[in-house]
Design a protein around this ligand. Structure first.
Ligand code: HEC
Length: 150
């Protein structure tokens, strides 16, 4: 009896809090893109590679992010937005040509590392995006392409 007296108000408070946070939507406006600075535009990979990059990487590593319907649901959306912001901080394909040659070389090294090591695309992203489950051959194709840029 005592326990129920505590649990019920706690659930009501949690439900209200969940409702209230829905009013704090994330900002889904993409910064303006200068296509001349774009990685794909600049390096001109085969179509297959360009498509892989767009489906598996560009949502978090460019200014062309697509936000699925569930990015209207908090706190999930905050968490996803964190990945987009943080991903772009580390590597932004939309501003690729603005990187110094040394930084470019370092980023290419990292791309090879994270794709070979299956760290990218992030697992949580693949769960929400079936098309981003890249297979071993696609991973290899990406790595081979990155290596031509080294
Ligand atoms: C769901 C968002 C997301 C996707 C999709 C994604 N990344 Fe990332 N990526 C991140 C985040 C966030 C970081 C920052 C470091 C971390 O948290 O691991 C990152 C870091 C990186 C880094 C830098 C690693 C470092 O040590 O600084 C590289 C390179 C990278 N990603 C490449 C890729 C490539 C290539 C793809 C596609 C095959 C990809 N990422 C897909 C979110 C993503």
């Amino acid at each position: 009896m005592e326990k129920r007296k505590i649990i019920k108000p706690a659930l009501i408070i949690a439900a209200i809090a969940l409702l209230i946070i829905q009013f704090f939507q994330i900002d889904k406006t993409n910064p303006k893109v200068d296509i001349a600075q774009d990685f794909i535009q600049h390096t001109n990979p085969p179509t297959e590679i360009a498509n892989l990059l767009k489906t598996a990487c560009y949502d978090c590593h460019s200014h062309t992010t697509n936000y699925p319907w569930y990015t209207n649901v908090q706190p999930l959306a905050w968490w996803i937005k964190g990945h987009v912001d943080n991903g772009n901080k580390h590597l932004n394909f939309s501003t690729w040509t603005s990187y110094e040659p040394k930084k470019k070389a370092h980023k290419i090294e990292e791309m090879i590392e994270v794709v070979e090591g299956k760290e990218m695309p992030m697992l949580s992203y693949m769960i929400g995006h079936n098309e981003a489950w890249i297979d071993a051959a696609q991973r290899q194709a990406l790595v081979t392409w990155f290596k031509t840029l080294e």
